[in-house]
Design a protein around this ligand. Structure first.
Ligand SMILES: Cc1cc2nc3c(=O)[nH]c(=O)nc-3n(C[C@H](O)[C@H](O)[C@H](O)COP(=O)(O)O)c2cc1C
Length: 199
């Protein structure tokens, strides 16, 4: 079997309310690399996402626009792999990022729980030196709870003051390569896991 012939869709989730957003820049770099590896990619920019706050005693149909939430969930059901890229707020992923993950509670639990059998590449962006690693650790636990296999190349991109230039470009070559390699790795692992699901 030629794995390169397996079509995979990689969904990116991330960004911040800020414009320009370093997080969105990094996420787009990883998605571009996934695209160059042959994946179909889609971006969910948190700034554009119109989800309300998650309310755990509400049924999906009791939220103001349930159809919008269903369409959001369908993107996760259809994707074979994910790239999550979160800004670090107070040492962990921002509330808007986490709220978007909380809505995945509405994903089906059968035949598989949440995102079982799929891969997630994780990226944490932080302005300081300690926030990136702690945010990445939080993302790893988020991904595990959603039953994702965490791509080994997951990394933090920090400190932004040193690794981005004034124009908002990621100029640290080593980190830029790591981000691109993560996009390629998620694509490769998504293909392997899709092949396994088809057995
Ligand atoms: C409310 C808030 C809390 C933050 N907390 C941290 C933090 O704990 N550690 C850190 O390194 N950076 C922290 N930052 C800085 C952001 O991680 C940094 O600005 C990052 O680039 C934000 O992503 P963005 O450029 O996509 O908006 C914080 C920023 C905000 C707005």
């Amino acid at each position: 079997m030629n794995l390169a012939n397996i079509e995979v869709k990689i969904l990116g989730l991330g960004g911040s309310m800020r414009q320009p957003s370093h997080t969105l820049t990094v996420l787009n770099m990883a998605l571009d690399a996934a695209g160059q590896s042959g994946a179909v990619t889609e971006l969910i920019d948190l700034r554009e996402l119109k989800l309300p706050l998650y309310f755990d005693t509400r049924r999906l149909e009791d939220f103001p626009d349930p159809e919008y939430i269903r369409q959001y969930l369908d993107k996760f059901k259809e994707a074979d792999g994910f790239i999550f890229c979160a800004p670090t707020y107070h040492g962990t992923p921002s509330a808007s990022f986490k709220n978007a993950l909380d809505f995945l509670e509405f994903l089906p639990r059968r035949p598989n729980l949440y995102l079982t059998g799929k891969v997630g590449g994780l990226l944490a962006v932080a302005s300081g030196t300690t926030g990136g690693p702690t945010c990445l650790t939080s993302l790893i636990y988020n991904a595990r709870a959603l039953r994702l296999l965490v791509a080994p190349g997951s990394t933090h991109v920090s400190p932004t003051k040193r690794v981005f230039d004034q124009a908002g470009q990621l100029t640290d070559e080593k980190l830029a390569l790591q981000v691109a390699e993560l996009g390629a790795e998620v694509t490769r692992l998504a293909r392997l896991l899709k092949a396994e699901r088809a057995l």
